[in-house]
Design a protein around this ligand. Structure first.
Ligand code: BES
Ligand code: MN
Ligand code: ZN
Length: 497
């Protein structure tokens, strides 16, 4: 979709802003005046309060050259932030995308905490994110299910600063869409080898892409990763994506590591049938890392960032690993696999070790749809954050809040670590107790983080996709692309020169 900034707009539909208390924004007031007060009149008649996401839909109002005017609320003006403007634009897109209208004009205004230029840029990003579709397999879309909207104009008196920001944000949206596409794809299409091939495409953006196959994993001693993969007819891949944007030679990189289980049946510890189809999204961590690498490369970030994703399919079968098997990791540590469904931590054990061994990063951040337990703890509102460094945890939280991808910090501790001691191997992959499941998962990964390396684990099991039909205007498909914005912002805030 074509999004541009203009000083004066024209089209089929106009969207203006209002805030809580039924307060029209400055430019909305001019529209109201031009229409002889019709907007205010309609607001009164419809109990429109300007609450966040509330929409007043006016058809062909007199005195205004639009077939439709949408007054959309941003909530309380004092607390409305950039994300509120994004959702404002998102609601406009949701209303008109398949409505038959081809051209939408957005009229954002400054808010107490958002400058006009920021409002313009956020409106553009919100419009972009809300226009996402995953229609690749829908061959019978009816006309009224097909997007009609072709272009969006954003009206600003001085568009230049907003335009500059929006260009970077367009790179970010590309990264988010890449992640969403990967998570939405079914597992017969997206398996480790085909996933790796899609990552290969990042080479055209200047990303170095190294695809490691099982024979090399064998040589490197990645017994935990290979143990998970051995039950599947689709062999594993480990992909390292390097973006070297730092000007200073030899800057140690930030390493992003992603869990990429392209389908998780649970293996021999098989999952129940109901809802198992959701496990096509068990590569959401890898998708977030891939999307972040794409955004970082597209906007030519002045930072060194390496993305490492472990790609496997967790299947039962004649060759599958059994509960009780003991595997030796690349780190040399051994693991007793008591439950083959706790596979994410097994592949991450080798992936985070590889990332540290090969790239000597200053910090490692892993993202994974690791545990159902994090959903019990935090639902679908926050991802779980586990971190061995307060500064990094703080920086991640700031980035997360700024981008509307909330995290909640959870504890780590020696008592939780003890829960995975094994009498037979160095550790076991589950505690066996129905307690602190998401923390235990984090403690397991921590055993593969070298001394002195700052590390964060983000459990995105509750946020990588949406449960049922709940409405986020910025994330219209099942997959959310969660993590791309957070990581991109973190790199911009903390890792760029
Ligand atoms: N991929 C799942 C976790 C998951 C569950 C993600 C629901 C998204 C939604 C993971 O591999 C898993 O199966 N974890 C087990 C761990 C248990 C065996 C210790 C779980 O959460 O039940
Ligand atoms: Mn599992
Ligand atoms: Zn899994």
């Amino acid at each position: 979709m074509d999004i541009r900034f203009v000083t004066a707009g024209g089209g089929d539909v106009l969207a203006v802003m209002a805030s809580e208390g039924g307060q029209l924004s400055a430019s909305a007031q001019s529209v109201d005046a031009a229409g002889g007060g019709r907007l205010s009149k309609a607001m009164g008649a419809a109990r429109f309060t300007g609450g966040a996401g509330s929409v007043l839909d006016l058809l062909a109002p007199e005195g205004v050259d639009y077939a439709r005017v949408l007054v959309i609320g941003v909530g309380k003006a004092e607390t409305a932030d950039g994300m509120a403007v994004e959702r404002w634009a998102g609601h406009a897109i949701r209303r008109v995308l398949t409505s038959g209208a081809e051209k939408l004009v957005l009229q954002p205004d400054a808010l107490p905490g958002v400058s006009k230029a920021e409002a313009g840029a956020h409106a553009a990003l919100g419009a972009r994110l809300a226009s996402y579709r995953f229609d690749a397999y829908r061959t019978k879309l009816k006309p009224d299910q097909t997007p009609s909207l072709k272009s969006v104009e954003i009206v600003m008196e001085a568009p230049a600063p907003a335009r500059a920001r929006a260009d970077k944000d367009a790179a970010l949206a590309e990264g988010v869409f890449f992640a969403r596409d990967l998570v939405n794809e079914p597992s017969n299409v997206l398996y480790p080898a085909s996933f790796a091939e899609r990552l290969r495409d990042l080479e055209t953006l200047g990303v170095e892409v190294d695809i490691i196959e099982p024979a090399t994993m064998e040589k490197l001693g990645m017994g935990a990763l290979l143990g998970v993969a051995q039950g599947s007819a689709n062999p594993a891949r480990l992909v390292a994506m390097s973006w070297n944007g730092a000007r200073t030679k030899g800057t140690r990189p930030l390493a992003l590591v992603g869990k990429g289980v392209t389908f998780d049946t649970g293996g021999i510890s098989i999952k129940p049938a109901a809802g198992m189809e959701e496990m096509k999204g068990d590569m959401g961590g890898a998708a977030a890392v891939a999307g972040a690498m794409k955004a970082i490369a597209l906007r030519k970030a002045k930072a060194n960032v390496v993305g490492v994703v472990a790609l496997v399919e967790n299947m039962p079968g004649a060759n599958a690993q059994r509960p009780g098997d003991i595997v030796t990791t690349m780190s040399g540590q051994t693991i007793e696999v008591l439950n083959t469904d706790a596979e994410g931590r097994l592949i991450l054990a080798d992936a985070v070790w590889y990332a540290q061994d090969k790239f000597n990063p200053t910090a490692v951040i892993d993202l994974a749809t690791l545990t159902g337990a994090v959903i019990v703890a935090l639902g679908h509102e926050h991802a779980g954050l586990y971190c061995n460094d307060d500064d990094l945890a703080h920086a991640i939280t700031i980035a997360a809040n700024a981008e509307g991808e909330a995290v909640w910090r959870m504890p780590l501790g020696a008592g939780y670590d003890k829960m995975i001691d094994s009498p037979t191997a160095d550790m076991k992959n589950i505690s066996g107790k129905p307690a602190a499941g998401s923390i235990v998962g984090a403690q397991f990964i921590k055993r593969f983080i070298k001394d002195g390396v700052h590390w964060a684990h983000i459990d995105i099991a509750g946020t990588a996709w949406k449960p049922g039909p709940y409405e986020d205007p910025l994330s219209p498909s099942w997959a959310t692309g969660y993590g791309v914005r957070l990581l991109n912002r973190l790199v911009a805030n903390k890792f760029e020169e």
